[in-house]
Design a protein around this ligand. Structure first.
Ligand SMILES: [Zn+2]
Length: 246
């Protein structure tokens, strides 16, 4: 069966002499494994599109559960990412996180988020230090791990006094209310990072990166976002380790 969809290439793996196996987040069917036959042969019409971070209109062919890429027309290749190792490696981590969270059902909000993140990094030149925690918290929220951040989960106070995020429960609480919660770890947010977190989790997707924070608050948000991802998913990411080494 032939079918058409827009898709974003999350990852490539080299296969045989001249092929690639792509992990593609499609608008129609969610995450798909797609063979791009001959994509590494010079002159192949698939070469340009069969690359990580390419968003393309794709014609796919599914037969006996296997999917191959027949044709692709690039919509955006986020070319500027490739000129900047910090932005490129952050995009690689966000794509790996996206792959870990995506299912095989259509999730337009998730596809739009990874496109939005690449756009913010490649074209809007938003600081990677801001794009990273905003994308982590928003992606987790879209994929079933939305933290409850509007009030203290113990006393109900809005805003929480000296807000902290409980990593296992995925809820905020006042620093002094910590004793009312079970085990596990909390990370201190502070008032500014808490406000930013509310904006990230509940705000308009198109304005996700439209905020600024003083350096200390951004550092607190960054620490909380990464710890939240690693705690909730109970795994690490090679691409994250690489990004942090830069
Ligand atoms: Zn409280």
């Amino acid at each position: 069966m032939h079918w058409q969809t827009e898709g974003f290439v999350l990852r490539e793996a080299l296969y045989r002499e001249s092929d690639k196996i792509l992990t593609v987040l499609t608008r129609a069917e969610g995450k798909c494994t797609v063979a791009a036959r001959g994509a590494r042969r010079s002159g192949s019409p698939l070469t340009a599109a069969a690359q990580p971070f390419v968003y393309a209109h794709m014609t796919l062919f599914t037969y006996r559960g296997r999917c191959t890429l027949d044709d692709a027309e690039i919509i955006d290749s986020f070319h500027a990412l490739r000129a900047d190792i910090e932005r490129l490696s952050l995009a690689a981590y966000l794509a790996e996180l996206c792959e870990a969270l995506a299912g095989e059902v259509a999730d337009p909000a998730l596809l739009d988020l990874i496109l939005n993140a690449c756009h913010a990094l490649a074209r809007l030149r938003k600081p990677p230090a801001l794009v990273k925690p905003a994308t982590e918290f928003r992606m987790m929220s879209i994929c079933g791990f939305q933290p409850a951040v509007d009030a203290c989960s113990v006393c109900g106070r809005v805003p929480p006094a000296e807000p902290c995020l409980h990593l296992n429960q995925g809820s905020v609480h006042c620093a002094a209310c910590r004793t009312g919660l079970e085990g596990g770890l909390s990370r201190t947010l502070g008032a500014d990072a808490w406000r930013a977190l509310r904006h990230i989790v509940y705000g308009d997707a198109k304005r996700l990166y439209a905020f600024t924070l003083p350096p200390g608050a951004l550092a607190a948000l960054t620490t909380a976002a990464e710890a939240f991802v690693l705690t909730q998913l109970e795994r690490g990411f090679h691409t994250l380790d690489f990004y942090k080494k830069l």
